[in-house]
Design a protein around this ligand. Structure first.
Ligand SMILES: Cc1ncc(C[n+]2csc(CCOP(=O)(O)OP(=O)(O)O)c2C)c(N)n1
Ligand SMILES: [Mg+2]
Length: 660
């Protein structure tokens, strides 16, 4: 009965949309819809409307872009996509950030109508890159991957940079792209433009695995397999091409009973016991061992393990910040310059070991980089890095080659318990006093260092536009008593949060994009805020202007789905990183950079007109305020914004800042 009702409506709607299509085709493309009377020819060439520079689409193509989908013949039997939903539901995937598309309409319909829009819940996204960015940020808080569906050609092209960031950041994202593979049966026109032989090829170089199932049983195997591969360290995004016909058609009865494979998580790869022993011996015997970490703590427990190792050795820890690895408040947390004094360095999950022990100065004397070593001759290097298990060839995320003395292609966090025990066993009793003394010296350096940082932060405290240190510290003052999580810090605020906020817990800092594809900050902070919302935490982001404008529609998604986030803008009115690059080249070539009418080299500023980010956010359902230029106005605005976020809404402050 309900179906009959909806058909009646559909027919009426069909008529209305049909009329709209005819109108649209007539005005936008000068195509006369079939059956309609041609309009009179223009009187003279001067009266002719301007011709488009490209060929206009045919009436069929134009209509297919906007037309009502045709009625589908009713078929009996369970649709393939209903079974796919059964499979997806076994994996506890909470959300589906997604931009809709016809190539997965059958799965979409099954998810919301058969699956009840739960596990996963659809989150409407306005760009595929936003959907992937949200999944990326979500995982770093929740430790669970999300699924996104995308139009396998054009949608996947949008999603690609987000997938690359997730790949470089070693974060699992489940991507399923709809594709109408059957050339003999798919509709001509748009659906055929949007189909490909092998959509997965687009992202194969930066996904851990991909597949194209050809039966629903194959889907069940592949979906559970892709989940397992993505969530086995080293984590990474995975891709599935999903045929539209396979989703839409009823399940073919073959006599075989369909089943859903059980998901059992894999254990992470641990370092070889001989290599662990050798590493422990080097560390225990070292005069000045240094621990360097980038994405070493995958979970909250990773932090505890790193503290144990550092304390056993009384060794300084250099946290490169790919994750929240080591408490900022611990006296063994030291800046990178300690690397120069080391005789043994252990690097854990470093994205760039070469860059850790070598210095590179851009455009040196001869216009090319100048390289020099940062370490003493004879310094022993140990590496634990799971990424060696998944390297691919094309994209250069493996960085320059660095020879090391002990190399463990293994997961650092999983290897730490054995390493800690081996180090304890390797430290001779007569070295214990010397090791304790080493700790005392480091404690003194830590205290002096903190004082130094605070002094530097006070420089230009009253400047307008507002100094980045003041922006960061006034924000801190308003959130410090909450269970806060800094979900992203995009653009460059001179790393003040990492230098000044007492970050201790896993969710206090989530790291950066991984691939430095700008546009990560806005969606990832909203995805992370979603995970924090479910855990009752307060999310804050430092949001740069350039980053926000790649795909600002994600602001609407946050408001629509009630995701509370305090976004404090670092609005330096430009792509400041690029301001500096162009200026540097102009200096090097002894030329004056062409500024146009702005304050920065042409092509690098975001001024004239200044974007009213607060109005933009407001228009998409956010509480917002700005532009805040006077530092005295910052704290009152922050207080208001924090109250709004606590009430469950997102809030944005458009703050004009110094460049860095
Ligand atoms: C997708 C992408 N496009 C371009 C770049 C080059 N890029 C690096 S930093 C940057 C500027 C980003 O501006 P903003 O987010 O405002 O940060 P700011 O440098 O001003 O602090 C750009 C354009 C990039 N990394 N990624
Ligand atoms: Mg900027």
């Amino acid at each position: 009965m309900a179906r009959a009702d909806s058909r009646t409506k559909l027919n009426r709607r069909n008529f209305l949309v049909g009329a709209a299509v005819a109108g649209a085709a007539g005005t936008a493309t000068n195509i006369v819809p079939p059956g309609a009377a041609a309009s009179p020819a223009p009187a003279s060439p001067i009266d002719q409307p301007p011709r488009p520079s490209a060929l206009a689409p045919t009436a069929k193509i134009a209509a297919a872009e906007v037309a009502q989908p045709q009625e589908i013949k009713a078929e009996t039997g369970k649709p393939g996509s209903d079974f796919m939903v059964d499979v997806i539901k076994t994996l506890d995937i909470r959300y589906l950030p997604c931009n809709p598309a016809s190539s997965f309409r059958a799965l979409h319909e099954s998810l919301i109508d058969y699956g009840g829009n739960k596990q996963p819940e659809f989150l409407t996204c306005m760009h595929e890159e936003s959907a992937v960015g949200m999944a990326h940020g979500y995982f770093k808080v929740a430790g669970k991957p999300l699924l996104t569906l995308c139009h396998g050609t054009v949608g996947l092209q949008h999603a690609a940079m987000g997938i690359y960031n997730a790949w470089c950041d070693r974060v699992p994202v489940l991507v399923v792209g709809g594709n109408d593979a059957d050339a003999a049966h798919r509709p001509p026109g748009v659906p055929t433009f949007h189909s490909a032989q092998d959509i997965n090829a687009l992202v194969r170089d930066f996904t851990k695995w991909d597949d194209t199932p050809v039966s629903v049983q194959h889907f069940a195997q592949s979906f559970v397999r892709m989940y397992k591969i993505a969530t086995t360290p080293p984590y990474g995004p995975v891709m599935m091409s999903l045929d539209a016909g396979l989703q839409q058609e009823p399940i073919r009865e073959t006599g075989e009973k369909l089943y859903i494979p059980r998901f059992v998580p894999s254990s992470p790869p641990q370092g070889d016991s001989g290599a662990v022993k050798e590493a422990a011996r080097l560390l225990a015997d070292a005069e000045r061992p240094v621990i360097v970490v980038d994405r070493a703590a995958r979970t909250a427990n990773g932090i505890n393990l790193l503290v144990k190792l550092a304390e056993v050795l009384q060794a300084p820890v250099v946290d490169q910040g790919g994750r929240m690895n080591f408490p900022k408040t611990h006296y063994l947390n030291r800046p990178p310059n300690v690397i120069g004094q080391a005789d043994v360095i252990i690097g854990m999950e470093l994205s760039d070991f070469w860059g850790t022990v070598n210095a590179y100065v851009d455009n040196g004397e001869h216009g090319i980089g100048v390289n020099e070593t940062k370490i003493k001759p004879g310094t022993k290097l140990i590496s634990i890095n799971s990424v060696e298990l998944i390297t691919k060839s094309n994209y250069q995320d493996f960085q320059r080659f660095q020879p090391v003395d002990v190399s463990m292609p293994a997961d650092a966090e999983a290897t730490l318990p054995a390493l800690i025990e081996a180090v304890k066993a390797a430290i001779p009793a007569d070295r214990k006093a010397a090791i304790a003394k080493r700790g005392e010296t480091i404690r003194k350096a830590y205290t002096d260092g903190r004082e130094n940082v605070r002094r530097n932060a006070a420089i230009a405290w009253d400047a307008s536009p507002i100094s980045t240190a003041r922006l960061v510290m006034e924000t801190w003052a308003q959130i410090k008593d909450l269970d806060w999580s800094l979900v992203a810090s995009e653009g460059n605020v001179s790393f003040w949060p990492n230098r000044l906020w007492p970050m201790e817990k896993h969710h206090h800092w989530l790291g950066r994009s991984g691939g430095y594809g700008v546009g990560y900050g806005a969606p990832a902070s909203i995805g992370a805020a979603l995970a924090n919302r479910d855990l009752g935490r307060f999310s804050v982001s430092i949001q740069s202007d350039g980053d926000l404008m790649y795909a600002p529609g994600v602001l609407w998604t946050a408001a629509r789905h009630k995701i509370p986030l305090l976004a404090v803008m670092h609005n330096n009115r430009g792509y400041h990183q690029e301001v500096m690059h162009v200026q540097r080249l102009a200096n090097f070539r002894n030329r004056v950079a062409y500024l146009g009418n702005d304050l920065a080299p042409l092509g690098t500023s975001i001024q004239n007109p200044d974007i009213e980010y607060h109005k933009m956010a407001e228009s998409m359902g956010w509480w917002a305020k700005g532009p805040i230029k006077d530092p005295a106005d910052l704290t009152p605005a922050l207080k208001e914004a924090v109250a709004v976020v606590k009430s469950g809404q997102p809030a944005l402050l458009n703050v004009w800042t110094q460049p860095r």
